[in-house]
Design a protein around this ligand. Structure first.
Ligand code: C2E
Ligand code: CA
Ligand code: CA
Length: 535
């Protein structure tokens, strides 16, 4: 329908322009925090007419002040139904920000109804600031002085938004519905919304997502840290007589947190213990720097986005030097060893504790060894946006292990060159621990020699006698001294002499047996030959 200025004037004279109320909710609880007041022209024949058909006519016809007065007056009449701290948000036209009497008009309307100005938010669109920023600033400060809150409406649709955001004392920032609605479709607009919300937070502003129609949009906004929302998902704008139903249906337990905040630059009011974003960031930074591991975050191009001091030290240059540079530039020597893991992490794989040694020194020995974990970081849509890397220096641990292994090898070597083969046995004659030399000689695996398995290698004629000596020794604790034949790998029998003594505990009990086996075959043969030559 095409209305004329004269028709709008008549509508205002007949008081046909009325406020409708659309719920404003807190995103993470879904709680009702107040309403935005939206003008409707309730045409006697056509029913409710949307503002786009008459607001600009009212502006052109010099009727906008009258329109606002009518809307405000009627809205404030309905406001007593709203329990504190619920708020009302009203829109002002760009032309009104050229009029220094605006703050007085608003104050007068509020005074007449007794509505507290600290529960009133004035929504200003960016285009309103383009005309006369200095004037807009004066008006904005005057409104703030009387206790009103200020919100920057339709953020992102105008131009030079950042300048405006900085110039006026805003409390809230409303993300335009065009972004909210395309946010779940395109990655780019999601990035824009994320950036707007981040910007709002860093300036200490509450962010409000407009035009929220689906759960998915609400979830995405919540993930991005947006505090408030408005849209058909929560309710359309309704006439005043429907407010009480909506309030009654809403949960009773409103948080003590007023909206928007007290202008102290923080999201949380004094009564809240919630950390402000700046505090949260500082806390994370402290954890980051104090962590006993090296940490960094790399973007998709494998550039350092952040790095803690420990890792910077490990890599041998300052934190600042790392930022913006690629891993390849910083640790070129070992880059080929880490690249495959980084690429896998960029594909979304989480890689735990890979051992990587740093450049080989002069004698090809690694100068350091790290245990490195690679964890992909995902955005709200599940896309990998970078890789978080954790590095633990295990060089010392490796050295100790190496030294231990060496000394063990050393000992074993000494034992192996000894012609006598040492053994250890428990108090029951089980689990003898024999050196590999003996095992080799007997042609057994070391598993086979455990328990009494070693006896299988004895000459059948020697088993009974050997068992007898062993049983006697185990019972009485007298030293073992026994001779038997053992079959070697070549199948020949060789005479052995095994001797051992027990070690006793404090109560005289046997703890363990220690002994050695000696190859006496040569000697036996000589003695035999001697005996025979004598005969
Ligand atoms: P706005 O301030 O951005 O108000 C939000 C607009 O989005 C409203 O349109 C609202 O009905 C609509 N909306 C809310 N939720 C949804 C949703 O989920 N999906 C969609 N598609 N739309 C949603 P409305 O009521 O037609 O108002 C249009 C514009 O007219 C307002 O945009 C505001 O700039 C202006 N306006 C409304 N009332 C007044 C007033 O009293 N004075 C002045 N100066 N301007 C007003
Ligand atoms: Ca608005
Ligand atoms: Ca808006």
């Amino acid at each position: 329908m095409i209305a004329k200025i004269a028709e709008v004037r008549r509508a205002l004279d007949r008081e046909e322009v009325v406020p409708y109320f659309q719920p404003l909710v807190e995103l993470h609880t879904g709680r009702l925090m107040g309403f935005e007041v939206l003008a409707r022209w309730v045409h006697p024949q056509r029913g409710p007419v949307l503002p786009e058909s008459f607001i600009s006519l009212a502006e052109k016809g010099g009727l906008i002040e009258q329109l606002m007065q009518q809307i405000l007056r009627k809205a404030f009449v309905s406001a007593p139904i709203l329990p504190a701290p619920m708020v009302l948000a009203v829109n002002v036209s760009p032309t009104q920000l050229l009029d220094l009497s605006l703050p007085d008009q608003i104050r007068d309307a509020a005074d007449a109804s007794g509505f507290p100005l600290n529960r009133l938010t004035i929504e200003i669109t960016e285009s309103a600031l383009a005309q006369d920023l200095e004037m807009a600033r004066k008006i904005a400060h005057s409104l703030k002085e009387s206790g009103c809150k200020l919100a920057l409406d339709d953020f992102g649709t105008g131009y030079s938004s950042l300048r405006h955001l900085q110039a006026l004392p805003f409390d809230a920032l409303k993300v335009d519905k065009s972004f909210v609605q395309s946010m779940t479709e395109t990655r780019e607009s999601r990035k824009i919304v994320a950036a707007i919300i981040g910007l709002g937070h860093s300036l200490g502003l509450i962010t409000v997502g407009e035009g929220v129609e689906t759960e998915e949009q609400a979830d995405t906004l919540l993930c991005l840290g947006c505090e408030m929302a408005q849209g058909w998902l929560y309710g359309r704008a309704v006439p005043a007589d429907r407010i009480s139903d909506i309030v009654a249906a809403a949960p009773r337990n409103f948080p003590a947190r007023p909206f928007p905040p007290n202008g102290d630059g923080g999201i949380a009011s004094d009564s809240s213990l919630e950390a402000r974003p700046a505090q949260r960031l500082a806390q994370l930074q402290a954890i980051y720097d104090g962590a006993p591991v090296g940490l960094c975050f790399l973007d998709r191009n494998l550039r350092y986005v952040s790095i803690n001091r420990r890792l910077a030290d490990i890599e041998g240059s300052s934190v600042a030097y790392h930022l913006g540079r690629t891993v390849k530039e910083i640790i070129s020597e070992i880059y080929p060893s880490v690249e495959p893991y980084l690429l896998r992490a960029l594909e979304g794989e989480s890689i735990k504790e890979v051992e990587i040694s740093w450049p080989a020194g002069k004698h090809n020995e690694p100068t350091r060894t790290d245990l490195i974990s690679y964890q992909p970081a995902f955005d709200e849509a599940g896309e990998v946006i970078g890789v978080s890397v954790a590095v633990v220096d295990i060089t010392e641990r490796k050295r100790t292990e190496e030294a231990l292994r060496e000394s063990e090898d050393h000992l074993r070597h000494i034992v192996e060159i000894n012609p006598e083969t040492p053994w250890v046995m428990d108090a029951d004659g089980n689990n003898p621990d024999l050196s590999s030399q003996w095992v080799q000689r007997a042609g057994l695996t070391s598993e086979q020699t455990r328990k009494l398995g070693w006896m299988d290698t004895l000459h059948p004629e020697d088993i009974v006698s050997t068992m007898k000596v062993l049983r006697e020794a185990l019972k009485t604790g007298t030293p073992i001294d026994v001779e038997y034949r053992v079959q070697g790998e070549d199948g020949a029998w060789r005479w052995m002499r095994s001797r051992g003594s027990p070690r006793f505990g404090p109560l005289g009990e046997i703890l363990r047996w220690y002994g050695s086996v000696e190859d006496i075959d040569e000697r036996k043969r000589l003695a035999e030959a001697l005996r025979q030559s004598r005969n």
